[in-house]
Design a protein around this ligand. Sequence first.
Ligand SMILES: NC(=O)c1ccc[n+]([C@@H]2O[C@H](COP(=O)([O-])OP(=O)(O)OC[C@H]3O[C@@H](n4cnc5c(N)ncnc54)[C@H](O)[C@@H]3O)[C@@H](O)[C@H]2O)c1
Length: 269
Amino acid sequence: MEILVTGGAGFIGSAVVRRAIADGHQVVNLDALTYAACLENVASVSQDANYAFEQADIRDRAALDRIFAAHVPDLVMHLAAESHVDRSIDGPGDFIETNITGTFNMLEAARKYWQEAGRPTAFRFHHISTDEVYGSLPAYPSVQFTEETAYDPRSPYSASKAASDHLVRAWAETYGLPVVLTNCSNNYGPFHFPEKLVPVVILNALAGKALPIYGDGSNVRDWRSMLRTMPTRCSWCCKRACWGAAIISAVRMNVPIWSWCRRSVTFSM
Ligand SMILES: NC(=O)c1ccc[n+]([C@@H]2O[C@H](COP(=O)([O-])OP(=O)(O)OC[C@H]3O[C@@H](n4cnc5c(N)ncnc54)[C@H](O)[C@@H]3O)[C@@H](O)[C@H]2O)c1
């Protein structure tokens, strides 16, 4: 299968790329190489005959059309995004442009490509989103998000991802584009960018520094090992899910931030 992965030099995208190559797929990694990217993440597969890299920005529609035509993908896995909540609060503009306008460009490029190819039924556009579109959970573990939970984004990041989800759903309803939408919870694992909470807490703990916990730490989050679950779940979603499906990928193990930080400190010592 030919898979177009956007954001394949980032934390999760690179795991998807490594897994897809290991499974024998042809992969084109489309990434603008922003501050969050690291080509070292895909160094282990970069010489593979089935791997190709395209440095391109999803805000550049012409580049997307060229890449679709050149690589003829069977599956698009759209992970490219501005993904750091704190940065979205400091400067929301990039989040609007990449997460909303960029996803719009991806949908339009995919729609053009799919329609011109005669609407192949096996084609899928998998949009990787976040459970943060559902807002905050009350005290654990009584309530969990489901696919029916109302959208209630609380940050510019989650609002921009929610907007992109709505576009994806609309393109499925309006144009029949075969989409799969997953709203995954927090991931941690190898190649995690050091500004994210898990590496920050571990690195600070190792250095004997204070741990940055928001408020009183009672916000509830679900944590999942990206290495063991994300690529597998992505692959499962694309193989099994009918188009138009929305899937919550993992909402278990909800723990308050303070509790998780305490465990991390214990493991770090
Ligand atoms: N990390 C998590 O815990 C988590 C949880 C749920 C959902 N997600 C979603 O998964 C996806 C990947 O998350 P991540 O943590 O790997 O992100 P990341 O920030 O590590 O990587 C994002 C990648 O996208 C690329 N990118 C950014 N803007 C781009 C643009 N305009 N054009 C092309 N490429 C661009 C970056 O260069 C980078 O390689 C995101 O869509 C995110 O919303 C992440």
